[in-house]
Design a protein around this ligand. Structure first.
Ligand code: MG
Length: 379
């Protein structure tokens, strides 16, 4: 029998073993800098829902890009579910939130609410422990490679060339992504313009599910042969797993097929991976259940020998992507980069095509500028 002196059972101090006290949420609608569209959707504003969770005299911050309706779900229904739970156990709070949303539909809006709260609870735990989140998760890597993403179908050729070459020259990106699919007849011309702007750097395209399987197969051959396109995202709907896996099998060998940004639960990713639908699995921490959900997706990717790519919200993804076993890259998405640099202190800045978590900031290191954001507030 071990003596008390040699037993190393961790006993959190009373101040750390803190119950969650309050949750708050607010929503902000931020106009885009120019009209934006992809292959299947057009928009002129983006809504961010921000949540704060407090315990032990500290506050954790989380957010998601979703509808303002989510604010009441966070502050009322889910706020009640997580209140009084131990902030040191984010997975237990996550499980309780998943159960509480069963009868209202766990996917979609509810999943974005769970994601925002989960990231806030992890942030708060790391702050109470006084460590950066990347250290709390435990790292596989010190830095996360990014790729510039935008190239909206509303842009002129000059806008497209300027934005894509800017990421190569300024941020040091060796890969950049553009939207296609709004006008398939014009896509080859736009892809040629983009490739001309970035030279030997790698071009990715994202059709947001707008093509048919046959259209996508013809274009994948042409994109690869003429403009060396290396990544074809959602060539067909991400719900068409048979279509995706057929395209994956037939596409040129240097071209990866990617999808997964609309995944809200772990089963979604299991189905996509076990179907062999993608070369690169995408996931979005603001939709897939926060850091707890993303770490589950990362384990699935490891078991399926498939790289994971972080979708949008780069500042929030950074710490957890340091901790996933198989990482391809993180999307440096124009809309979200603009919002995060405008409204958050501590938003990471890329250098030579990578982001590094700030080791001097506990948690994810982000602070929301509530005063500056007030003019955009809608809930
Ligand atoms: Mg996409």
């Amino acid at each position: 029998m071990m003596s008390l002196a040699t037993t190393s059972r961790a006993t959190p101090s009373p101040s750390l073993d803190a119950p969650i006290e309050t949750t708050r949420a607010s929503a902000y609608l931020i106009p885009t800098d120019r009209p934006e569209a992809d292959g299947t959707y057009a928009w002129q504003s983006t809504t961010i829902v921000v949540t704060e969770v407090s315990a032990g005299g500290r506050t954790g911050l989380g957010y998601t890009y979703t509808h303002k309706a989510v604010t009441s779900l966070i502050s009322d229904t889910l706020g009640e579910v997580v209140r009084h739970r131990n902030v040191l156990d984010p997975p237990a709070a996550w499980r309780a939130m998943v159960r509480a949303t069963r009868n209202i539909g766990r996917d979609g809006l509810a999943a974005t609410a769970i994601s925002a709260l989960d990231t806030a609870i992890w942030d708060l735990k790391a702050k109470l422990l006084g460590v950066p989140l990347a250290s709390l998760f435990g790292r596989f890597r010190e830095a996360v490679p990014i790729y510039g993403s935008g190239g909206f179908t509303t842009y002129t050729d000059a806008d497209l060339r300027e934005q894509l070459s800017g990421w190569v020259e300024r941020e040091g990106c060796s890969c950049v992504k553009m939207k296609i699919g709004a006008d398939p007849e014009r896509d080859p011309h736009r892809v040629a313009e983009a490739k001309r702007a970035i030279g030997t750097n790698k071009l990715f395209v994202d059709a947001n599910g707008s093509y048919s399987v046959k259209q996508a197969l013809v274009l994948s051959d042409r994109f690869a042969a003429e403009w060396d396109v290396r990544w074809f995202e959602e060539p067909v709907s991400s719900d068409d797993l048979a279509g995706l896996s057929l395209i994956r099998a037939r596409a040129p060998s240097g071209m990866d097929i990617a999808a997964g940004e609309y995944g809200y639960d772990t089963d979604y990713f299991r189905r996509m991976l076990s179907f062999g639908a993608v070369d690169v699995q995408q996931a979005d921490v603001t939709r897939c259940g926060g850091y707890t959900g993303l770490l589950q997706v990362a384990a699935l990717c490891e078991a399926h020998h498939t790289d994971l790519s972080g979708h949008c919200a780069p500042s929030l993804h950074l710490p957890v992507l340091c901790a996933v076993p198989r990482l391809r890259n993180l999307e440096w998405f124009h809309d979200h980069v603009r919002i995060e640099q405008m409204l958050f202190d501590g938003a990471p800045e890329p250098m030579n095509g990578v982001l590094r978590p700030d080791p001097t900031r506990p948690g994810h290191g982000l602070t929301f500028k509530f005063k500056d954001a007030e003019r955009y507030r809608v809930a």
